[in-house]
Design a protein around this ligand. Structure first.
Ligand SMILES: Cc1cc2nc3c(=O)[nH]c(=O)nc-3n(C[C@H](O)[C@H](O)[C@H](O)COP(=O)(O)OP(=O)(O)OC[C@H]3O[C@@H](n4cnc5c(N)ncnc54)[C@H](O)[C@@H]3O)c2cc1C
Length: 425
């Protein structure tokens, strides 16, 4: 019988282990804490995160950066402000730097620095990390042996308390394949529909995205579901060989995937001139036509967007990009300007779990106590990280959620084991 078994040695599980072991140590009360992970080597997702640099957190983090029950999210975040995260990493020997975008990375620019620091601290604290131990089932033990029987690929472990930190369904090859939801369900929890979030989107083959692959531009992206605008945001869109990516697309993708899953009518439209409306774009265009009537359409539009994009858009609309703007038929002008300010993207599908960075949906936040992350349904069970129904926008917010929930569960579980008495004899 160990005191605490943490299932999943990702960001949230490692944080929970460290906070639990530190709290127990401070109270002079050694606790047996074991981390089980199905992956042969742990931390794959930390290593690939932030383009291999690990975007640990953001300079400002508020509940509005997340989707889910924001009242609960706000309370969880309040327990571990950004400065506390920075100080915590400093205590682990990792200095963070803040970039212009507000994203914080390790000064080494290496995600490995983060993973090593977390794993080394676990080792210092005597936390047992067991890779290649996939948990296949969890049963509650009742009576004098109250706790959990945790069945894994090498046998069964008995634990007084269990923390589920199995992540979501994004990047399943790292070990986060969604089985944690099944474990939560078997223990009595509900799991709301899970959909890819922070995912690139695939466009219809006939669009011009392939010609622009690698080019980014600032846009305003609007998602409309059943005729109602559900999201509007401005940021960088990246054209790719399959369609679109980049922060603004990744952030908006959850609305598209959720609506599509529900069978709702969903549209994604782009304003390629985010500072302009259709009317102000028309006025600008008329001024250009008066000032430089012989300038080509593509060269004129190149004042506002890249020339390559202008050419691709014109050709897609069947308009010759070299046409002098004074010669441009009105019917073509009336097509090109709306296409610049309200272009309907022919989205076919999202790029799926292998490319999504996070999961929208999961165990409802209402089913956990936000002060401790303990299940309201199963005493002694705690849930942390991405398994919960909370997803953050791009920029370090999902890791901040993992650290904060890990902290709350770690401190609470250590205190509970202590209160139960046995571990401190
Ligand atoms: C490509 C990519 C880049 C990202 N970049 C960033 C970034 O820069 N900043 C940011 O904030 N977020 C980023 N994210 C999101 C972030 O990585 C996750 O939100 C975060 O890792 C979730 O932490 P977690 O501990 O809850 O789950 P995970 O990190 O997914 O860890 C879960 C662990 O549980 C284990 N596990 C699952 N099921 C079982 C089982 N049955 N038995 C035993 N073990 C099990 C898995 O092997 C895994 O190790 C990125 C995600 C991806 C995919």
């Amino acid at each position: 019988m160990v005191d605490v078994c943490i299932v999943g040695a990702g960001a949230a599980g490692l944080a929970a282990a460290i906070f639990a072991a530190e709290a127990a140590g401070k109270a002079g009360c050694a606790q047996r804490i074991v981390l089980l992970d199905g992956a042969k080597s742990i931390g794959a997702k930390i290593l690939v995160s932030g383009g291999g640099r690990c975007n640990v957190t953001h300079d400002v983090v508020t509940a509005t950066d997340f989707f889910g029950n924001r009242h609960i999210i706000k309370n969880v975040l309040a327990a571990f402000p950004v400065q506390a995260t920075i100080d915590w990493f400093a205590s682990l020997g990792v200095d963070l730097k803040c970039e212009e975008t507000g994203k914080l990375f390790p000064v080494t620019d290496k995600a490995r620095t983060i993973l090593n620091a977390l794993v080394n601290r676990c080792h210092e604290l005597g936390v047992a990390i067991r890779p290649d131990h996939r948990v296949t089932d969890v049963a509650r033990l009742l009576g004098s042996e109250a706790g959990f029987a945790i069945h894994h690929t090498h046998g069964t472990l008995h634990a007084k308390k269990i923390i589920l930190a199995t992540g979501g369904r994004s990047l399943p090859k790292t070990g986060s394949d969604g089985f944690g939801y099944e474990l939560a369900r078997r223990l009595g929890h509900r799991v709301s529909a899970t959909n890819p979030a922070l995912a690139p989107l695939i466009l219809d083959e006939t669009l011009f995205h392939k010609d622009l692959s690698g080019i980014s531009q600032e846009v305003e992206l609007t998602t409309t579901v059943n005729g109602h605008v559900v999201d509007r945001r401005t940021g960088s869109l990246l054209w790719t060989h399959f369609g679109i990516s980049g922060p603004v697309v990744m952030d908006a993708s959850r609305f598209w995937t959720i609506a599509r899953e529900k069978g709702e009518a969903v549209e994604l439209s782009v304003n390629f001139l985010p500072a302009m409306t259709q009317e102000s774009a028309r006025r600008w265009f008329m001024e250009q036509a008066a000032e430089a009537p012989r300038r080509s359409l593509a060269k004129t539009l190149a004042h506002l967007v890249t020339e390559r994009f202008a050419e691709s858009l014109c050709r897609y609309l069947g308009i010759t990009p070299q046409t002098a703007i004074a010669q441009l038929p009105r019917k073509d002008r009336d097509r090109v300007l709306p296409a610049l300010t309200k272009f309907l993207l022919p989205v076919q599908q999202d790029r799926g779990w292998n490319y999504a960075e996070v999961t929208a949906g999961g165990v409802p936040l209402e089913e956990v106590n936000f002060r401790t992350m303990e299940s309201k349904l199963v005493p002694g069970l705690y849930l942390v990280g991405e398994i919960l129904d909370c997803d953050g926008r791009i920029g370090g917010f999902n890791f901040q959620w993992a650290w904060a929930t890990g902290l709350l569960a770690g401190l609470a579980v250590a205190a509970r084991v202590r209160a139960d008495g046995e571990a401190c004899r």
